[in-house]
Ligand binder design. Structure first.
Ligand SMILES: Nc1ncnc2c1ncn2[C@@H]1O[C@H](COP(=O)(O)OP(=O)(O)OP(=O)(O)O)[C@@H](O)[C@H]1O
Length: 326
């Protein structure tokens, strides 16, 4: 049996004005897993995370962290979790070591200050005032305070936002090492690459709901791959081999360029290339692209935009013929 460290069922959050930011979210995270919550801006990631951290009570549904309700039983959970908020907001006149010491003073079972600073790579910056730190160093200080209590569960809200590519990679190494040492990690991120590199499983949120979830490979596998090319002069889509036989599930023609969507990329690409060879034509600007997490993300965002605009001007321009192949 898996040890479910985080278990969320039909979670809801409603803000003061009646706005429902989290609209029935369910997922679970096993011990030692790294779970990423991805999503468009305002999708509800932070709102969800705060409910898991016990900072607010849900408007509906159920949340358990380490078997407890993190809001109602805060005392049973607080010392076993570490939280890295989006904005740490430390006093700027304190040094790095003083800041971590202050946090350690409020934490039972705190690890030595030097150890926490070494873990996040701030060992040599302990006497520097917070106001002198770079943005990346401040994020590391945030992480050091989240780690100080040797938490079993770590909540990281956009841990690498604002970091340069190197800083981001260093943080990934750090987070991965924590996961490998048995810490359960739930992080929110805007970076698809981050989720792809780090997450054992992920959920993509949109407008308060989970639009897709699972292992990265599974979420990607649900997305179609693409083949696109320019139709040879004098040819029409009807001249191509029957698309259903190529394993094509959908096609679009935009200004002479054909876009095929398929879950059988090799079959579609092979069939098309054999047809082109036999017809002695070349497929201009041929592009064969496997499904990706980015594709999953963009489809979710586009589907929502499409739904929002469905009653309006959708399709009015009439440039794209979208067709599902039977
Ligand atoms: N205190 C609040 N009162 C009212 N609405 C809020 C409040 N905090 C957040 N919201 C709204 O709830 C929605 C979800 O916000 P949330 O910060 O959870 O999203 P997010 O996915 O973390 O976004 P981002 O990636 O931009 O940080 C947004 O529409 C936001 O404007």
């Amino acid at each position: 049996m898996t040890d479910q460290v985080i278990d969320v069922t039909d979670l809801r959050r409603v803000y003061g004005g009646g706005f429902e930011a989290v609209r029935g979210v369910s997922f679970s995270v096993g011990r030692g897993e790294l779970f990423a919550l991805l999503g468009t801006n305002g999708a509800g990631k932070t709102s969800t995370l705060e409910l898991l951290e016990g900072l607010a009570a849900p408007a509906g549904g159920r949340v358990r962290v380490l078997g407890h309700d993190p809001y109602a039983e805060r005392g049973a959970v607080r010392h076993r979790i570490g939280v890295m908020l989006q904005e740490g907001g430390f006093p700027s006149e304190l040094t790095v070591a003083e800041t971590v010491r202050m946090w350690a003073g409020c934490t039972s079972g705190a690890r030595p200050i030097g150890e926490a600073l070494e873990i996040v790579g701030l060992g040599k910056r302990s006497d520097v005032r917070v106001k002198m730190l770079s943005g990346g160093e401040k994020r590391r200080l945030d992480l050091a305070t989240a780690l100080i209590g040797q938490p079993e569960v770590l909540f990281l809200d956009e841990p690498t936002t604002g970091l340069d590519a190197e800083g981001r990679r260093e943080t990934w190494e750090l987070v991965r090492a924590l996961r490998d040492s048995g810490t359960t990690v739930l992080l929110t991120t805007h970076y698809l690459e981050e989720a792809e590199h780090l997450a054992d499983r992920l959920a993509i949120m949109h407008e308060g709901r989970i639009a897709a979830s699972g292992r990265v490979a599974d979420v990607v596998a649900e997305q179609p791959s693409h083949v696109s090319f320019e139709l040879p002069t004098g040819y029409f889509v009807g001249d191509l081999p029957p698309l259903a036989e190529l394993g094509v599930s959908e096609h679009e023609v935009v200004g002479g360029r054909v876009l095929l969507r398929t879950h059988e990329l090799q079959r579609a690409a092979t069939g098309l290339l054999l047809w082109a060879r036999d017809a002695d034509v070349s497929l201009g600007r041929l592009d064969v692209r496997a499904a990706s997490l980015e594709e999953a993300f963009l489809r979710i965002a586009r589907a929502a935009e499409g739904a929002a605009g469905a009653s309006g001007a959708a399709g009015a321009a009439g440039v794209a013929q979208k067709e599902t192949v039977a």
